[in-house]
Design a protein around this ligand. Structure first.
Ligand code: GDP
Ligand code: IMO
Ligand code: MG
Length: 427
């Protein structure tokens, strides 16, 4: 008998590839969708019937009736944000009481983790990472330092004492960075008020089922259930393989599914890697194909490239094939999905980076010292399709797709041409 396996969908660039849209579109084929890493730094957009939802801590299967959604042990949770999301969905007719399950082992983002994130960024000055300031770095730091609080701790009698101990140590760190907590606000409210709401979030979450998600998921697989793991961020933001230190603090690549859900490598099935037909990045850090001219501005305007979590304008540039190939290697991608092709409908020609001119040499690998100044893209010019995509693939777009497939060596199975759930062409 063949073993039932978990499929993965993850981003191959710097995040915001359109993961929410595709997870939602694929959910009809799955019983369970599970997030395995990251936290509310993610912003996954789903659109259908003229409605638009942005999910941060919750898996993108929640808009499909009957689908079970699991927040895995590798995810970090901000209770106040999660409560707001659950309530927002409820007011739109999506009741998650029976379908949302949260791992006991998922770590909690404390209000002081968020304050510490702000203090860290301030102390970095020009070298700041451009964090979403959701407390991601400090929370994962405490996890590895073995000091963190987990969802399962909420049910223990000394939860408040544990909270106070951790908070105290954060306040000391914040003071030592010279950061002033006086007047500090989170989401436009005073810190003390925010902390109060955070505890309301904790109380609210008690109605949901806290589970040992590693057992839940492995048993579901044993029972023939179909599971999709949903990545957050993108491979170029991976803590090990991204452009360190301008990265997030988790393993966002396929390997993160094993540790973030408790799934053995032999149980990984298809890996769907998704990328935009061009590139975007929010926050600081190297971006060799970034465009500062009107072409970059056209991509930003046509693609509405403004952050789903922070509203920041996204940096835009041409597709970077060496970087994409690197991500495909790291993840063992079996099928590619190309998003936002429609954004380049008006282009007469487009460019795609096929190598870098790196310190006088033409290279196709990502150097250890990833740096925009030293990695000068070598471009190939491609003829644009110069027409509106609507349900079928124009010849020049097909040529672009074939060019990418030849370079990467993995087939592109889905071409997305609009934000709506239905705007997909399957190849
Ligand atoms: P995620 O973080 O990977 O889920 O992506 P985001 O939601 O942050 O950003 C993707 C944005 O592009 C969202 O606003 C989507 O609605 C939108 N989008 C997704 N696919 C397409 C597409 O094929 N064409 C266009 N024009 N927009 C898309
Ligand atoms: P989704 O899941 C795009 C970026 C931030 C910053 C860096 C570190 O929507 O694709 P962090 O808050 O993790 O400390 O930020 O990573 N970043 C994202 N960029 N999409 C995301 O998520 C991101 N999550 C984090 O902008 O540069
Ligand atoms: Mg996003």
């Amino acid at each position: 008998m063949t073993m039932n396996k978990i499929d993965i969908l993850l981003g191959l660039q710097w995040g915001d590839e359109g993961k929410g849209k595709v997870v939602d579109a694929l959910t009809k084929n799955y019983d369970i969708v599970a997030r395995f890493q990251g936290g509310p730094n993610a912003g996954h957009t789903i659109e259908f019937d003229g409605k638009r939802f942005v999910l941060h801590n919750i898996p993108s299967g929640v808009l499909t009736p009957g689908c079970i959604n699991v927040i895995g042990n590798g995810v970090i949770i901000e209770p106040h944000i999660l409560k707001g999301e659950i309530e927002g969905l409820l007011s739109n007719g999506f009741d998650l009481h029976d379908t949302l399950k949260i791992s006991n082992r998922a770590h909690l983002i404390l209000p002081t983790h968020r304050a510490l994130d702000a203090a860290n960024e301030q102390s970095l000055g020009k070298m700041k990472i451009g964090s979403t300031l959701k407390g991601i770095g400090p929370t994962y730091t405490d996890k590895t330092a073995r000091k963190g609080l987990r969802i399962g701790d909420i049910a223990t009698p000394d939860f408040h004492d544990k909270y106070d101990v951790l908070k105290k140590s954060h306040l000391q760190q914040i003071a030592s960075l010279g950061f002033d907590m006086n007047g500090f606000q989170l989401e436009n409210i005073d810190f003390a008020e925010y902390e109060k709401r955070w505890f309301e979030g904790i109380e609210y979450l008690r109605q949901f089922s806290f589970i040992d998600s590693e057992y839940f998921l492995n048993e579901a697989l044993d029972n023939g259930k179909k599971i999709l793991a949903e990545g957050a961020q993108g491979s170029m933001l991976d803590i090990d393989f991204g452009s360190y230190p301008f990265v997030t603090s988790s393993n966002v690549i396929a390997a993160g599914v094993c540790s973030g859900l408790g799934i053995a490598p032999s149980r990984i099935g298809n890996v769907y890697g998704i990328f935009k037909a061009y590139c975007t990045r929010v926050g600081t850090g190297p971006f060799p194909t970034e465009l500062f001219d009107e072409v970059g501005e056209t991509l930003r305007q046509n693609g509405h490239e403004f952050g789903a979590t922070t509203g920041r304008p996204r940096r835009c540039g041409w597709l970077d094939l060496p970087a994409l190939k690197y991500a495909v290697m790291l993840n063992g991608v079996t099928r590619l999905m190309m998003m936002k092709s429609d954004v380049m409908d008006d282009f007469e020609t487009l460019k795609v980076a096929v190598a870098y001119d790196y310190k006088g040499e033409k290279v196709k690998r990502l150097p250890f010292e990833a740096c925009t100044e030293t990695m000068v893209p070598v471009y190939q010019e491609i003829k644009g399709w110069h027409q509106k995509i609507n349900g079928s693939i124009p010849q020049q777009l097909e040529d672009y797709i074939r060019f990418i497939e030849n370079y990467i060596g993995v087939p592109i199975k889905l071409v997305s041409y609009g934000p709506d759930r239905t705007q997909n062409i399957y190849r």
